[in-house]
Design a protein around this ligand. Structure first.
Ligand code: 13P
Ligand code: SF4
Length: 361
């Protein structure tokens, strides 16, 4: 723990205040860690109330953040919806920069803060607004669907956004509305390839990758299956299509969590970022988690320490130029306004075994 936090003590008051949270996370956090974390959790929760702030925490935050200080937790779609409807004065984004920009786009009158401005994303940095303008020139009349893992500048050039939870539905919706049989789906090549296997709409894709999910291979999954034959293997659609083909289920982080909470498998493997399993495990003590995972270095820039500093000093504010925000909002709002999915979207793995290619730009 940073020296600046040496004054935070694990007093009997802090111990009593944070006991319910400890009960929740104790399977994943050691008592020694908790003695350091609990005083900060108590201080953050006090500051939130004083400043009328909420913390929107992504599923990839570590358990002390996710369970300890997150007011709203979930996948990218859930957090965007919450930014639009919450009535706090300040939103602290416990996630990466594109998520904070999405919150600002949807809640322009609120102050949106991120604990570390360098919390980026390999997908968001794979494409620029200028790239999208060139794509539109090359494919006139074809709608542009952009994954929310993009900058505001890119969203401003977009017809509609999607997340991993609703990408198939958004692609089919926009193709129907525009009366076309081809859709541009950028920038995640693997998400695009996985969507292409779920729909008859032809997909034009960009070669962006999530540096966390691209590292999983089909061989990893087959090895896991051999070692843990009874485990259910759940993969994120940012993984290569070959990984999804040999997994038991694929869906957004919220869909994976929903799978574990409702189906209560005895043993499960989550093919995604490491903290996801820790967070779900705190809520699903009856399930055993096998834990091969990859860390997202961007998500891991967010800590209790910098969340506390963020609230204390109102930093670092994320802003989006008004004109750009107005254009980007149309694309995000069109997605938010789509009818909610009855169940978190999941990829039909039976259909997915039929290989369909995409046109790579
Ligand atoms: P979801 O939580 O929307 O599934 O996205 C995963 C991700 O990689 C976010 O950065
Ligand atoms: Fe970006 Fe992948 Fe990290 Fe999500 S997990 S923030 S998609 S690099």
């Amino acid at each position: 723990m940073a020296d600046g936090f040496a004054g935070f003590e694990f007093t009997p008051e802090v111990e009593a205040q944070t006991r319910p949270l400890w009960e929740k996370v104790k399977a994943r956090v050691t008592p020694l860690e908790w003695r350091l974390q609990a005083p900060l959790i108590a201080a953050i929760n006090r500051l939130k109330a004083e400043k009328n702030a909420v913390i929107l925490a992504h599923n990839y935050m570590t358990p002390e953040i996710f369970h300890g200080v997150g007011d709203y937790v979930g996948d990218s779609l859930g957090l965007a919806r919450e930014a639009a409807r919450c009535d706090a004065k300040i939103i602290v984004q416990a996630g990466v920069h594109f998520m904070a920009e999405t919150s600002k786009i949807l809640a322009p009158d609120k102050t949106v803060l991120i604990p570390d401005l360098l919390a980026g994303c390999s997908l968001a940095s794979s494409i620029t607004g200028a790239d999208v303008r060139l794509i539109k020139q090359r494919y006139p009349g074809i709608p542009v669907v952009t994954y929310v893992n993009t900058t505001a500048e890119v969203k401003a050039e977009t017809d509609i956004c999607c997340t991993s939870a609703n990408a198939v539905q958004v692609v089919e919706h926009v193709a129907r509305e525009w009366g076309v049989d081809r859709v541009i789906l950028i920038p995640d090549e693997f998400l695009a390839r996985n969507v292409a296997r779920q729909t008859d709409i032809k997909i034009i894709a960009w070669a962006g990758r999530c540096e966390v999910h691209e590292r999983f291979t089909a061989a990893d999954i087959l090895e896991l299956k051999a070692a843990y034959p009874d485990a259910q293997i759940l993969a994120h659609p940012e993984c290569p299509a070959e990984v999804l083909e040999v997994s038991d289920f694929a869906g957004s982080t919220a869909a994976m969590s929903d799978f574990v909470m409702t189906r209560k498998p005895k043993q499960v493997v989550l093919i995604t970022e490491c903290s996801m399993a820790d967070n779900v495990a705190c809520d699903a003590p009856e399930t055993e988690f096998v834990r091969p995972c990859n860390l997202c270095p961007h998500m891991k820039r967010i800590s209790l320490e910098n969340i506390y500093e963020t609230l204390l000093h109102d930093r670092y504010e994320v802003t989006v130029a008004t004109d750009m925000a107005d254009r980007a909002r149309l694309a995000v709002q069109r997605m938010i306004d789509m009818p909610p999915l009855a169940i978190p979207a999941r990829y039909d793995l039976v259909k997915a075994r039929h290989h369909v290619d995409v046109e790579l730009i």
